[in-house]
Structure formats: C-alpha cells, structure tokens
Design a protein around this ligand. Structure first.
Ligand code: ADP
Ligand code: MG
Length: 917
C-alpha cells in the first residue's frame, strides 16, 4: 500500500470494478466495466516486461510501471452437513450467476442486491479451477519478477484456509493455492541459477511470530525508505529445492501455529497466517549483444553483471472477518479485542481510503497494513478471494464480506518489475577469475625461473668444456714444439759432425798444397755461419731447457703438495682410530666401574646389615659375639620361618624390611639345602603379595626361582618355587618374562618328573595363568605347554584337574577371541594337541570347578566353525546340548545355546540326529 500523497507508484486508477447495482440489468450497460474482459488474464505485465530497459545506474526496471487493479473473486462454500440439517427449510442467502460473474444477495424473500466480481466461484468450483483463476496469473507474474499477493478474506468457517492452505494429502484434488503455487514455481525455475526461499509467519495481537521457529517472536518490520520495500530480517528464510520439503515446511508451520495458539489460548481464526515466497531468477543472454561475442572481448563479457529478477509472492490467510464486529461482545480482554481488530479493521480502512482515492491512507495504523503496503496501492499484482457461506443465518457477515470485496476491486496498483544487476554474482565470478589468473601467473613465474636455471647450468657446462679443450690444445702444442725442437737439434748435431769431418779433410788437403790461403778463406766463411747458427741454436736450447725446468718444478711442487695432503689424511685417520681406541677404553673402564659399583653396593648392604645387627645386639645389652657373617642371617631366617600362625606374614614382612630383598634372594643360591628351602618359602610368601611382586622380579627373583626348578632335586623346593612362579605369573609383564626365560620348558620338565599332587597343582596353576595371555598362545603351545598340562591329568587329584581345566578354558577363550578378530584361522591348537577327548570326558565331572571350566572351554571352542567337525565326531556336540539344557549357571546355559544356534554345522548335525532344538 502506498499513501496517495507520497507514493509515486500509486496511480489513481479508475475503479473498473463492478458497482453495486440495484437493478441488475442496468449494470450490463455500464460502459466502464472491465469485468467483461477476461479477468486475471496473463496479458498484464508479463509481456510488457520483456521490453524493459536496463538503466546505466544498474536499476533494471521500467520506472513507469503497468496499471493493475486488485482482482477479486468470490467463492461460495458448499453447505456443511450441519447446515444441511439446520437450514434445510431455508433457501441460501446468496444466488450465484457465474456466467455473468454476478452474485445476488437476498435481502428478503422478494428483494435482493446484485454485485459483480472478477470471478464468481460456485460451491462446485474445483480447487484446480480456483487456483487457475485466482492465483496462477499472480504466480506467473512473480516468476517474471513482479511482486504478487494472494489473500483470502471472509468469515471463519467459510473456507479461507481450505482455499489457500489445504495440503491435499488425502485427496490430491483438494490441494490448495499454496501447494499448487509452489508446484508451478518449482517447475518453472532452474535450481542451478535461480533460488526459491520461504518464510512462514503468524500475526497475532500485533506481534509477528515465526511459524518455522516459534521461539522467534515479536519480529520487526523493516521498511526501505528509498524503495518502500518491506522486509522481515528476523524471520527464518528456508531455501526450497523440492515440493516435498515445502509441504513438510507447511505442515511444520501449521503444527507450530496450533501449539502457539494453544499456549496463548487463541485460535487460528484470530490470527493472520502469512507465507512469503522469494523467487530470484537470473536473466540470461539478454545483454550478450552489448558486450561483444568475439573471443577478444570474452573478458569484457564477464564484466557485465547478470540481471536478477526478484519476485515475492505473499499469501495471506486472514483472521475471520466476523471478528471486526464481534470481538467486543465476546468477552475478550480489552487488549486482545483491540489487537484482534486493529489489523483487520486497519486493512478495511486502508482499502476504503484507496477505493475512495482519499488523501490519507492509514497504512501505519497496524502491522498487517504495513506488511501489505505493496499489495494494495503498491507495485504488486494482487488477487483477493473472498469466501462466503450459504447460510441465511450469517447474512450480515456475508454482506459485509461482499462489501469488502467490492471496495477492494477499486484499488489500483502499479505493477513494477523488480530487476537489478547481480553485482554480487559478478564479484564472485571476478574473484574466481582473479584466483585463476594468480595461479596462472605463479605457474608461469615458476617455469621462467626453471628456464633461467637451466640456461645458467648449460652455460657453465659449456665454459668448462671450452676451458678443458683449450688446455688440451695447449698441451698438444707444447708436445709438438718439444718434438720439433728435439728433431732440429738432432739434425743440427748431425750437420755439425758432417761439417767437422769435411773441415778436417779440407785442412789436410790445404797442408799439402802451399799458398792455399785463398782456398782456406773460401772454406772459412761457411764454417763461421755454421758456428753462428750453432751458437744461436744453443741459446735457444738453453731457453727451452729453462722453460722445461720451470715446468718440471711446477710439476714437482704439485706432487709435493699432493704428498703433503696424503700425509695429513693419514694422520687424520690415525687420530680417528686413536680416538676410537680411547672410546673403547672408556667403555671398558665404565663397565669395570659398574662392576665395582655393584660389588661395593653389595658390600654396603652387608655392612649395613652387620651394623644393624650390632646395633640390635647392643640395644639388647648383650655382649655376645658380634656376627659378621652369613651364619647369623641364616639363623635369623630359620628362626623367622619357625614362627607360625597369624604372626607369620607380619614377621616375613618385617624380615623383608630388615634383611633386604637382595639378601633373601641371595640365599636362594645357598649351599645349605635347609636354608635354601626356608629362603624359597620366604620368597613364595612375599610373591603372594601383589605389592612385592614387582620388586622381586626387578631384583632377579623370578630368574632365581626358575633356576631352582632346573637345578634343584628337592621336591619341596620345586613345589614352593612353582607356587611362587604361579603367583608371579598372574601379571601380564611377568608372564612374558617367564616365557622369555624358557619358563614353560622348566615348568613342563617339573610337571613330567613330579609325583606330589601339590607340586603338580602349582605347576598347572602357573601354566594355566600363562594360558590366559593372548600374546603367548603360539609360543606356549610351541614349547609344549598344552602337552604338559594334559600330561598332568595322570594325577587324579581334583585340585590338579581343576587347574588343568582352567588352563584349557583360558587357552580356548584367547583362541576364540583371536578367531573373531580374524588373527587365527584353522582348528584349535587344543584339538591339535589332543585335548578334546579329555575335555569331553570331564565335561560332566562331579567337581564343579573342573566342570565349570570345561563347560566354558567347550563353548569357546564351539564358537569357531573350524572346530565343529572335530567337536561333532568327538562327541562334544552332545555335551554342548546337555550344557545348554541342564547347566545350573544361567549365563553358561545361554552361551551354549547361543553358540549352538549360531553354528550352521551344529544345526545341521542336530537336524540329522533329530535332536529337537
Ligand atoms: P476458514 O479458514 O475460513 O475458517 P476453513 O477453510 O477451515 O475455513 O473451512 C471450514 C470447513 O469447511 C473445513 O472443514 C473445510 O474443509 C470446509 N470447506 C471449506 N470450503 C470448502 C469447499 N469449497 N469444499 C468443501 N469443503 C470446504
Ligand atoms: Mg482458517
């Protein structure tokens, strides 16, 4: 809506709507009526929009706008079942003449008023037809970039919500305008370039609440002072990509509306529901001609922003129009009555003002009128459907609804295309392009640098090559000249010899002939020249030999340098080896010192022990012999051991404290068998306490105990050591240590030789503990652990058997764990080592500890299908069936049952044996 004073977009449109006429026929002759031309046709702004001019400022709309009157359709709701009963004897208060687009409202039995509308929809009008006539042209305008409004006005119960908001989930034909509009929108837009977003709101008591997030209420309306556009920045906006999500959203909004209204003690007929659909589309190809299409101008083309059209569709389901009159009389609080009415009556007033072309349109009086500013008297294409009921009882409401519709028909809007340049999109595109260019530049720079490097390396290579060939050539020349020189010397020497011979002969002949001086002088001149030549050559020779000498000197100096360098290298090497030797010496020294420290330590212990002893004796006032040897300790240990009963543990702890662990352990190696036995017992007692175990192992006690198994012949020592080892074997780290020190062989050996059931019990207990370590399975079995366990069953003592059974159960448990983790495949090692017959035999042993362990072992074995065949043939299946039925422990029973039913081999065998399971 726009005030008639300030809004340039508002045009004083000629009210082309129908007039209320008392004499229907005279209306037809009204030349001004436009209802005869097809109302709601799409010939409005749709076509004219394509011719709009893009202004240089970036605004892309046609400022003038296109006149577009508010279109009004009336829809009559069919009689409801209740009305059929109550109003059976009365005629409807209205009579429709759809072909004339007229409606007759009965005043009384003989008189009626006739009204014309843009469209008259009878009670038989389908939802599809209503959509096509009322809403489709508006939706098409929105898709073309115009704002659009579809609004329903009427008394509560006349079908506003049915017309607009019916989801049609049970009957597709009943789908209302909102659903159908979105279907058309989604069919027309392209989701790659366009966007469709939705907000859904409720206006109640002048407060706007978000139906998509009800906690978000009191949303404020923001008006753009320049364009006059209204927006709700606080409302949730949800992007719609498919019809299903939109229907889901409508349903959610409806649920929130119901919940919110229940909380406020309101009802939907008192609030206005507003759906806003924002459609943004980019217009393609429109300006390509302007920016040039040849390749050179491609970059310019990208600088042109695309044009986006932003249409907004507003669908308004108004509160019941009866509220206008009734709110005061229905016992509403004053505040509520004011608010309920405020928006609706303000809307009525604005429409009146616009219809009458009044100077002042009171838009600012209510939130509804502010929200609908663009819909009435603004730039939107607006379609109003007024809904009426047939009942004569509501004649008054029906009449006032009709009057509202009549007035609304006089409101003229100026439709304007909402187009703008997509600068954001352009900026995004430019960003992408810039990034591409930066990357390209970086790549080019890198390849340029690489090229420079390559060229430099090339040049260097070439220079060194030239230098090398130059040196070669020089050397060659030198050799050649040297050779030439030698040859010429040789020649000259030969010549000289020749000449001298010649000279001698001639001298002889001169001596024979007198007066031969003329001849002599004749001979003399070539001689002189030869001598000269020789002396010159000699000079040359000297010079050359000087040069040679210099060269030789140079070579010699280089040689000496090389020798020097070699010498320094060997000296460095010898230094290194010396240092290495020193290091080794140091290491040896360190070892020696450590040994000495250990000796000193033990001496210190001894001394401190002796000192304590002396102190104690002095304290006791005795003057007896001060013991400085092991004898005293021996007697003390013996003495302590002899103490029995409750005090034993305490005294051992005391002994441990006083004597020191090292000392006690050293006694394990004592020559005195008696003392050795006592010492083992002390250690075994200490090993029974978890707190001591670490210290014992650390001090080498475990090794000593294992040694005793090997070295001692004494059964008691075997028994007690095995007991101590069994205790230490409860801890995982110790288990590994025992295995590392070949403990399993020692235990196996002890097991094979022992007769005493107690010894066997201890050994079996130790092995059973080792069986429970997942990491040691293979090693334990490899070193004969399982065989040793099974060997001990020769002793029929139930305590021994219970330990054997425990060991087997532990082993089977680890195996089944490994099988489930996939680290073990193939048959159980227990079966491989022949344990199955004993297991089956003892599965029902009357001693419950034995039985329990074996039952568990069977369940574990059965969990792995690879064991099934052996278990079936060995009779283990029967035992499992028995366990699953009779075992007194429920958890084992269930485990057995579950194991049986999850193995296909067992199931099929049971079926074959007709075991009912
Ligand atoms: P309002 O929203 O105006 O209060 P409703 O849309 O809730 O009214 O309609 C009231 C009842 O009438 C609903 O049960 C609705 O299904 C039914 N109704 C309304 N219009 C029609 C119609 N054209 N055809 C069939 N049923 C209708
Ligand atoms: Mg309703």
């Amino acid at each position: 809506m726009a005030t008639s004073g300030g809004g340039s977009s508002y045009r004083n449109g000629t009210p082309r709507g129908s007039l209320k006429v008392d004499r229907p026929l005279s209306v037809n002759s009204n030349p001004k009526t436009s209802v005869k031309s097809k109302p709601f046709s799409s010939s409005g702004p749709r076509r004219s929009s394509t011719g709009s001019i893009v202004s240089s400022t970036g605004a892309a709309n046609d400022d003038a706008g296109v006149p577009g009157r508010v279109r009004v359709a009336v829809r009559l709701r069919p009689r409801s079942a209740e009305e059929m009963m109550a109003d059976a004897d009365f005629a409807d208060c209205v009579e429709l003449q759809p072909e004339l687009k007229r409606l007759r409202l009965r005043r009384n039995n003989w008189d009626s008023d006739t009204y014309e509308f843009d469209e008259v929809l009878t009670e038989f009008a389908s939802q599809k037809r209503v959509y096509e006539v009322v809403a489709k042209p508006v939706v098409e305008s929105v898709l073309d970039g115009y704002n659009g409004t579809i609004m329903a006005y009427g008394q509560t119960g006349t079908g506003k919500t049915y017309t607009l908001g019916c989801l049609g989930e049970e009957d597709t034909a009943a789908r209302g305008i909102m659903v159908r509009a979105m279907e058309d929108i989604l069919a027309d837009v392209s989701l790659e370039t366009d966007s469709v977003c939705v907000s859904y709101l409720q206006l109640y008591m002048e407060s706007i609440q978000d139906l998509l997030d009800p906690s978000n209420d009191n949303i404020s309306i923001v008006e753009d002072p320049k364009t006059g556009d209204v927006s709700l920045p606080g409302a949730n906006i949800v992007e719609i990509r498919n019809q299903r999500s939109f229907v889901e959203l409508l349903r959610l909004g409806e649920a929130h509306r119901f919940a919110a209204n229940t909380k406020l003690n309101a009802e939907s007929s008192r609030s206005h529901a507003i759906l806003m659909v924002h459609v943004e589309r980019s217009v393609k190809g429109k300006h390509s001609a302007l920016s040039g299409e040849n390749g050179n101008n491609a970059h310019i083309k990208t600088l042109k922003p695309a044009i986006i059209r932003k249409g907004k569709l507003v669908v308004v389901d108004l509160a019941g129009s009866e509220r206008i009159d009734k709110s005061g009389s229905e016992g509403h609080t004053l505040e509520e009555a004011k608010s309920i009415n405020l928006s609706l009556s303000a809307l009525g007033k604005c429409i009146n003002a616009l219809a009458e072309n009044s100077v002042h349109v009171p838009i600012r009086d209510s939130k509804l009128t502010r929200l609908l500013r663009d819909s009435f008297g603004g730039t939107a294409r607006t379609s109003l459907v007024i809904t009426i009921g047939p009942s004569p009882r509501h004649r008054g409401e029906t009449a006032s609804t009709i009057m509202f519709g009549q007035r609304a028909m006089k409101v003229e809007n100026m439709l304007k295309l909402k187009e703008e340049f997509d600068y954001k999109g352009l900026s995004r595109r430019l960003d992408v392009q810039l990034d591409k260019l930066i990357a390209e530049h970086e790549r080019q720079q890198k390849s340029f640098e690489d090229e420079i490097k390559r060229i430099t390396a090339d040049a260097k290579n070439r220079i060194s090559e030239v230098e090398r060939s130059y040196a070669d050539a020089l050397e060659k020349d030198r050799l050649k000249y040297q050779k030439d020189y030698m040859e010429s010397i040789k020649k000259l020497e030969e010549q000289l010899v020749n000449n001298q011979q010649k000279h001698g002969i001639e001298k002889v002949s001169v001596g024979h002939k007198d007066g031969g001086s003329a001849l002599t002088s004749n001979i003399e001149s070539p001689m002189i020249s030869t001598i000269k030549e020789v002396s010159e050559l000699k000079k040359l020779l000297q010079k050359e030999s000087l040069l040679r000498k210099a060269a030789e000197e140079e070579v010699n100096s280089l040689k000496s340098q090389l020798a020097q360098w070699k010498m320094s290298e060997t000296s460095e090497n010898s230094k290194i080896s010396k240092l290495r030797e020193m290091l080794e010496d140091e290491a040896r020294q360190k070892e020696k010192l450590e040994g000495e420290i250990a000796i000193l330590h033990s001496q210190l212990l001894q001394i401190s022990f002796e000192a304590d002893e002396t102190r104690r004796r002095l304290d006791r006032g005795g003057f007896g012999k001060v013991p400085g040897d092991l004898d005293s300790l021996l007697s003390q240990v013996k003495h302590q051991q002899q103490e029995s009963g409750n005090g034993e543990k305490a005294s051992i702890a005391k002994l441990f404290e006083q004597v020191g662990l090292q000392k006690i352990l050293s006694l394990l190696e004592s020559e005195d068998a008696d003392l050795q036995i006592h010492a083992v017992k002390v250690v075994a007692n200490l090993a029974a306490e978890e707190t001591n175990q670490g210290k014992i192992v650390e001090a080498g006690g475990l090794t000593s105990l294992l040694m005793l198994l090997r070295s001692s012949e004494n059964e008691t020592i075997h028994r007690v050591s095995a007991g101590a080892i069994a205790n230490l074997a409860m801890n995982e780290t110790n288990q590994e240590l025992i295995m590392d020190q070949r403990g399993i062989s020692l235990l196996s050996m002890t097991a094979a030789n022992a007769e005493d059931p107690q010894t066997l019990r201890m050994v079996a207990g130790a092995i059973a503990n080792l069986c429970g370590n997942d990491k040691l399975q293979m090693k334990l079995r490899g070193e004969g652990g399982i065989k040793a366990l099974l060997g001990m069953v020769r002793c029929r003592n139930p305590d021994v058997l219970a330990q054997v059974a425990r060991g087997i159960a532990n082993f089977a448990k680890c195996e089944s764990r490994a099988s489930t983790q996939g680290t073990k495949i193939g048959r159980s090692l227990l079966i491989e080592d022949g344990a199955l017959p004993w297991i089956v035999q003892n599965a029902n042993n009357e001693a419950s500890p034995i039985r329990r362990h074996i039952e568990l072992a069977l369940c574990h074995l059965a969990q792995h299908e690879a064991n099934a065949k052996d278990m079936i043939s060995g009779g283990a299946l029967w035992e499992l069936v028995r366990i699953s039925r009779d075992c007194s422990r429920e958890d084992i029973r269930t485990l057995a049952h579950r194991t049986l039913t999850s193995s296909s081999a067992f199931l099929s065998e049971m079926r074959r044996l007709r075991i009912d399971y």
